[in-house]
Design a binder for this molecule. Sequence first.
Ligand code: SAH
Length: 373
Amino acid sequence: MEMIPLEQITPGTQTTSVAKPGVLIDTKALETLAEPLGKSAKMRIRQIRQWILQRGILDFDRMTDLPAGFRAELTEKMVPLSSRIANRQVSSDETEKLLLRMADGKEIECVLMREENRRTACISTQVGCGMGCVFCASGMFGVSRNLQAGEILEQLVHVRTRLKPDERLSHIVVMGMGEPMANLQNLMAALEVACHPDGFGLSARHITISTVGLPERIRELADAGKKYHLAVSLHAPEENLRTHLMPTNAKTGIRNILEAADYFFDTTGRQVTFEYILLAGLNDGPMQAEQLGSLLSHRKSHVNLIPFNPVSGLEFRRPLPDSVREFRDILDNFGVSSTVRKRKGADISAACGQLRREALVENATQPLEQVSN
Ligand code: SAH
């Protein structure tokens, strides 16, 4: 594992005051600044976005097709990105995890994963998470706020700065911190730009949104008419166990979630993936495999089994390889296809929320005045 000192990894003009608004975030401030340009204002704003999103240029002075006076004014009053990389970890499999600090000092995580030709950004939608799943590091401190659409987009810009010249961002998984469906409007606005030819030009089919399972929001996403892939974190085939692991289940219930997933499939034609974390001795037995098999056997779906990623402070254990094999065989007997998620970045703070958790725990041991700035 390689640790890079903060000052070496802060890109471009990011060292300027964080109090200045970011152009991807504060559209109003940018419009006001461009207003004196009259008829060309709109075009200039588009150019700025293209420089940042398409070419990854994070320095107004290098945006050479903008009038010099306007560039100077931009440099004085705004920043290309309002967030900056506060910490970075690189794993031996070339997975890179970024801890981003937002303008208000809040921290979130995003990850770049490399797998054959795929370059996948794993992005966050909230600071923290309010869902309270007992095995997850992101929810340990609750939710502090939703990310703005621009902050979600900035994660993609940061991830892209890590790509080598011959690499191209091809996929997004919304599996970072937070519950995407609890911030659906902002997420949709950001993904719209991710798919736009003037933005990142990604295919909607290469974007996966993972949810704890909020039925109303799943239906709303289905009705939006996009081709995003939906992954539902099921994690247990039976109500009591699911509520034990995922407290939000007390309100939703498994049946409602499955019905919403069916609606998503019927409306979009896209098969739903069910994620299933494997926690040794808790939900990885043959009985649960059979219950899961019978829940899903008549549904066109796929199961992604995720062996628990250890989180310090949590007592759960990873499943034994034999139980994983048996679990899969049973699903197979029910005609339910499954894959086991590969563990990326195993030698860095792998499970989502861990890098931030470490920073928070470290801060908690410092005097208060150090924490506040
Ligand atoms: N809020 C969304 C996104 C969460 S992260 C959701 O609930 O789907 C993506 C996946 O990682 C979810 O399935 C989540 O339950 C799972 N996950 C969280 N902590 C984990 C851990 N320690 N080990 C393995 N998977 C974990």
